[in-house]
Ligand binder design. Structure first.
Ligand SMILES: C[S@@+](CC[C@H](N)C(=O)[O-])C[C@H]1O[C@@H](n2cnc3c(N)ncnc32)[C@H](O)[C@@H]1O
Length: 270
């Protein structure tokens, strides 16, 4: 189990230590939550937010020590809120802090789970309301979520997805993939293509992204975007944020909010 670096925050709860690139990720999540609810509230009275790797609700940027809200608190703070929230976090100490921090938001319906992301899926499927419009943020430390879990969670649902894709970490182990990385991908077809790309010096990270995104397309996600969150000193991507929707409206919203980074610069999807 990958656990994070937890430290005590100024409010006495635990916070997750994160790299500066997490700010960009959370910037997109905040803006998508806002546009999703404001744009869809009339057509979809029931809108859910699921955070499979919720964390404690507060983060500390390693280099600057700046404290910022984590994804569950960001989602709770929307001007037009979701109607239902589902927070899962495997670490009970982080979950306890999240529950304390979410106390100020008692007008909304929040369900908490302290399980492994793959083991919570059945319970989530049971609890998600029928006929809702859903947004699920999948923000693992690496590739803990199996593709089968994504398949089961999204089946028959209008569920937009945002997924942190750790391409740098994957490339470090892709030649001899561990079991959980194999389960992360929809199938094993990427392995051969990955080896060939390495041989001819084609961008191998793109092979991984394409294989994953093809799996999402096969689940009905016709509109997929991926944005670079962080690169190394040679401008090779380390982290991407994948966005997927079954509805062109989702992609339209995403294009609107992702045109600029949190520093105001224009961003490229690649
Ligand atoms: C990158 S952090 C999430 C940060 C959060 N989304 C935010 O932006 O504030 C990943 C979280 O997943 C939790 N975690 C790690 N392995 C897990 C698993 N198998 N199932 C569920 N949660 C897990 C960690 O304890 C950590 O809090």
């Amino acid at each position: 189990m990958a656990t994070g670096d937890l430290i005590t925050g100024s409010d006495g709860g635990v916070m997750l230590k994160v790299g500066p690139w997490a700010k960009g990720k959370l910037f997109y999540i905040k803006r998508y939550c806002e546009i999703f609810n404001a744009g869809m509230k009339n057509k979809w009275p029931t809108r859910t937010y699921t955070d499979l790797f919720a964390g404690p609700g507060r983060c500390s940027i390693k280099e600057t020590k700046e404290e910022i809200d984590g994804s569950p608190i960001i989602a709770l703070s929307c001007r037009v809120p979701f109607t239902h929230y589902f927070f899962n976090e495997i670490e009970s100490v982080a979950m306890k802090s999240l529950q304390t921090r979410a106390k100020g938001f008692d007008s909304v319906n929040i369900s908490y789970f302290t399980k492994d992301c793959n083991k919570v899926i059945d319970e989530l499927i049971e609890k998600l309301p029928s006929g809702s419009l859903d947004f699920c943020f999948i923000d693992p430390f690496n590739w803990q979520i199996s593709f089968d879990s994504i398949r089961r969670l999204t089946k028959g649902r209008q569920m937009d997805l945002a997924i942190t894709f750790h391409v740098g970490g994957m490339k470090r182990v892709a030649n001899k993939p561990p079991k959980d990385l194999l389960a992360f991908f929809p199938d094993s077809s990427w392995q051969q293509e990955y080896k060939e790309a390495r041989k001819v010096r084609r961008p191998a990270g793109r092979v991984l992204l394409d294989a994953y995104e093809q799996g999402l397309k096969d689940l009905g996600y016709g509109d997929i975007k991926d944005y670079v969150l962080e690169t190394n000193s040679k401008h090779v991507p380390l982290y991407h944020l994948i966005f997927a929707s079954k509805n062109p409206k989702g992609a339209e919203f995403w294009d609107k909010i992702a045109g600029r980074s949190e520093t105001g610069q224009l961003r490229m999807s690649m």
